[in-house]
Design a protein around this ligand. Structure first.
Ligand code: SF4
Length: 346
């Protein structure tokens, strides 16, 4: 039955599109993804066919995004992209971090798009939906091949990641810097060990991410750190913020940015469930900070956190993203909320 359904939805041997995956899951549940490969990390990887590689976005300080993967085994509990997994009829909880869609034809499509005479070499923001250097990139190398195609097309790139694997592609980022521009935003919300283990269970240790910043900086690549999201009551106290900003400065970052947790949709549901399991003592405070369906913590709380970070950043001799922007040839991606960047209207 599942096979029949699959043959109907996925004719011949080509991979399904995201829409076809959503249809299959809607009808037969995740077990209907019989093509999805289970790898050593126990996640399942469903290869898909994408119709476009560059996604046009509105209302952002850039107009194009590129994401080789959907879903992310880094599994950060606060991840804003969790709620978008429901577009594919997949859950914002475990399924977000264990069923990953892989755009296997991405590079061919990207090259075609970059070859168009109408392509004006605007900034492309990479990794706006999910992490382009999650572990499976070691197998598919789609991010690396994308950077190569973008460099050949002299197209500037802003890339955000929590994956130290980015250092593998230093050569490509140098080439991009020479031909256009490249900025790497490494996400390190906090260096607190306990918070890292609980909030970001599938990610590399924060200091390993900072070592990647050092390697990028030493290689002449413009690299900074985003402390996003700062999670109220877990990583928002002055002591933890200070330790993190100091460590960021010690690793040669060009700039630092910060933002406070934003809760919405499936991300909100998942995060509050996580909080009730791991930090039950914080539930009441979260009820006050994010009452009803409020997405953002109160302005006063957010500006207080931002002003502490600004103060610490100045003490550490670090630029803010805004200050560092003056040297940029292109407008950088804007960090919206958390865990990544809400660059893309998905
Ligand atoms: S915040 Fe980034 S690294 Fe973490 S799960 Fe989301 S996309 Fe992956």
């Amino acid at each position: 039955m599942e096979k029949q359904l699959q043959d109907t939805l996925f004719p011949l041997t080509s991979h399904p599109t995201t829409r076809e995956v959503a249809g299959l899951v809607k009808t037969g549940g995740v077990d209907a993804l019989t093509e999805a490969q289970r790898r050593a990390d126990e996640a399942r990887y469903q290869e898909i066919t994408c119709r476009s590689a560059l996604n046009r976005v509105e209302g952002m300080p850039f107009r194009w995004t590129l994401n080789p993967y959907r879903g992310c085994t880094h599994a950060c509990h606060y991840c804003f992209a969790r709620r978008y997994h429901t577009q594919f009829e997949l859950g914002a909880g475990d399924e977000f971090s264990s069923i990953i869609l892989v755009k296997t034809n991405l590079i061919a499509v990207l090259r075609r798009e970059l070859d168009r005479p109408a392509w004006t070499r605007e900034l492309v923001a990479v990794g706006t939906a999910t992490d382009p250097y999650q572990p499976i990139e070691g197998h598919y190398r789609l991010t690396r091949a994308s950077l190569e195609a973008l460099a050949l097309a002299s197209t500037p790139v802003g890339l955000v990641t929590k994956g130290p694997m980015v250092v593998r592609d230093i050569d490509m980022l140098q080439e991009l810097s020479r031909r256009a521009a490249a900025t790497v935003y490494i996400s390190v919300p906090s260096i607190d060990e306990d918070a890292w283990r609980r909030l970001e269970p599938g990610t590399a240790h924060p200091l390993q991410r900072l070592r990647a910043v050092r390697a990028l900086a030493d290689a002449g690549i413009r690299a900074g750190v985003l402390m996003a999201p700062i999670v109220p009551g877990i990583t928002s106290d002055r002591e933890r913020l200070a330790a993190t900003v100091r460590a960021i400065a010690d690793h040669g970052a060009r700039f630092v940015g910060a933002n406070v947790l934003h809760l919405e949709g499936g991300t909100r549901t998942h995060f509050l469930e996580f909080l009730s399991r791991e930090y039950p003592e914080l539930m009441d405070s979260y009820g006050d900070l994010y009452p009803g369906l409020t997405k953002y913590a109160p302005d006063g709380f957010r500006s207080e956190v931002r002003s502490i970070v600004r103060e610490l950043q100045k003490e550490a001799g670090l630029s803010s993203r805004e200050e560092d922007r003056s040297e940029e040839p292109v407008q950088p991606p804007s960090m919206a909320a958390q865990g990544g960047f809400e660059w893309e209207r998905r």
